[in-house]
Write a protein that binds this ligand. Structure first.
Ligand code: SAM
Length: 243
């Protein structure tokens, strides 16, 4: 399983993220104070993280008073999450399962979030309606993904950063497999996201195009700071379930 094999690589980032005093998001670690990913008041809210990996986002939610549940389909990622729970003395449910089909009743949660989890690796036609089913009316979904523009500009070769050229077609983009990479990513145009989200019962509240601060760094080779300061390489969708 892809993520079982990659779990060791993600453990250090998980450890660092669990230890942060305040959330930092995405590949540049942009502070929550500058991005406002999380709703102001999470206290007492039921929350679910879809594709939680090492579950540091769930830990941040718990520290803000929410009752998080993390779901991930990699046992190895969850093993790191459980170790970090123990280390930090923070307990919340971690489920081994698919975010496209979550074993919780309808309307179980007030808040759902995914940072490059289900939002990138699960089929949006399945996980978005599933998130809508899990949320109570008025509940919020927030997810972080690679910006669509970046996906158009990243060369297929591993380790090569995005250029200032459009290297693939925008129309019809959905399931993306990179040569030499066993994973399957999903990338939608903004119009396709908007139609899917609305069809699934969400109203769009915001689309935040992330601009990393000057001198930000990333461990990922697919984009440079110079590029990311000029064009959006990550985006945060904030939507609310109608009702
Ligand atoms: C890049 S990690 C992101 C999670 C977290 N933010 C982190 O960095 O540890 C992607 C995670 O999504 C999980 N994932 C991928 N597809 C999934 C699915 N359909 N259901 C649940 N989890 C999924 C993987 O197992 C992996 O742990």
């Amino acid at each position: 399983m892809l993520w079982d094999a990659q779990a060791a690589e993600y453990a250090r980032h998980g450890e660092e993220s669990w230890a942060l005093g305040a959330p930092r998001w995405g590949i540049w670690g942009v502070p929550e104070s500058g991005l406002g990913v999380l709703p102001d008041d999470l206290s007492g809210k039921d929350a679910i993280e879809l594709g939680c990996g090492t579950a540091y986002v769930s830990a941040w939610l718990a520290c803000r008073g929410a009752r998080p549940v993390g779901i991930d389909n990699s046992e190895a990622q969850l093993a790191t999450a459980r170790r970090l729970q123990e280390q930090h003395g923070l307990a919340f449910p971690l489920l081994h399962g698919n975010a496209e089909s979550v074993p919780y009743p309808d309307a179980s949660f007030d808040f759902a979030i995914s940072e490059y989890g289900a939002s990138l690796w699960a089929d949006p036609e399945r996980w978005v309606p599933e998130a809508a089913r899990l949320l109570r009316p008025g509940g919020r979904l927030v997810f972080l993904v690679n910006a669509f523009l970046l996906t158009l500009c990243v060369p297929a070769e591993d380790g090569v950063a995005a250029t200032d050229r459009l290297l693939r077609s925008a129309f019809g983009m959905h399931r993306v497999e990179w040569p030499g990479d066993p994973g399957v990513e999903f990338h939608l145009s903004h119009g396709d996201w908007i139609r899917l989200l609305r069809r699934s019962g969400f109203e769009i509240e915001d689309l935040v195009e992330v601009r990393p601060p000057d001198r930000a760094t990333t461990r990922y080779p697919f984009v440079t700071l110079e590029w990311a300061r000029r064009w959006p390489c990550e985006e945060v969708w904030k939507v609310r379930k109608r009702g």
